[in-house]
Ligand binder design. Structure first.
Ligand SMILES: C[S@@+](CC[C@H](N)C(=O)[O-])C[C@H]1O[C@@H](n2cnc3c(N)ncnc32)[C@H](O)[C@@H]1O
Length: 201
């Protein structure tokens, strides 16, 4: 079936794709926990950073940040994802927004963007826009930190990205300052994801 005539629930650039999966409880990307390298990175920061989590899904990490008193915005364009996140977050102090990453207006300046299973959820035609958007949202010195699904996997989601492709998206505006193996991946990503931190130039 050509892209043009696929229904929205078969197009990952459309919220209905994700609503269907959250609605059916088919969320194989969901770690159901706070990943270790993320928790470690947060623990290493000298002070809380205003953090954005685009494509937050269940928002486990937002709950963790809120517990530590960090200001955090968790954003997702799928109302079903937002409902799930609301259940996970309970009374946690998190700005939970149902909005499109590419068009929303941040309420306050962002210092850290956390990436997990968001870039790999986006079809390739949106990658360049993603690279520009993360650069536009961060001031000099701001960080893009998280997990990147580095492999050749053109059919997705998850869509794999090659290390050279990721560098091409980010290197004009960012310098990579961390790049390590991941020890606690869930099966969908195991052996093919790395923890990376990129600093905005
Ligand atoms: C694979 S899930 C990952 C969820 C979460 N980050 C995690 O690690 O469990 C991708 C999420 O990105 C959201 N998403 C995709 N495109 C989006 C966009 N343009 N703006 C906001 N959210 C988006 C989807 O609704 C979905 O919840």
């Amino acid at each position: 079936m050509s892209e043009a005539i696929k229904p929205p629930e078969q197009r990952p650039e459309h919220p209905d794709f994700w609503c269907k999966r959250f609605g059916e409880g088919i969320t194989p990307w969901d770690a159901g926990k706070v990943p270790a390298a993320f928790a470690d990175y947060i623990a290493r920061q000298p002070a809380p950073l205003n953090t954005l989590i685009p494509g937050c899904g269940s928002a486990w990490e937002a709950a963790h940040l809120a517990e530590l008193g960090w200001p955090v915005t968790a954003l997702d364009f799928s109302p079903a994802a937002i409902e799930t996140a609301r259940r996970v977050l309970g009374q946690a102090s998190v700005d939970l927004l149902c909005a499109d990453f590419f068009t929303f207006s941040p309420a306050r300046p962002i210092a850290l963007i956390y990436e997990r299973a968001f870039l790999c959820a986006l079809p390739r035609k949106l990658w360049a826009e993603w690279g520009q958007r993360v650069a536009d949202l961060l001031p000099a010195g701001g960080r893009l930190a998280g997990y990147f699904f580095l492999c050749e996997q053109p059919k997705g989601p998850p869509f794999g990205i090659l290390p050279t492709q990721l560098e091409a998206l980010l290197q004009d505006n960012f310098e990579r300052i961390e790049d390590t193996e991941v020890s606690d991946s869930i099966p969908v990503f195991a052996g093919r994801e790395r923890w990376q931190v990129w600093r905005r130039r």
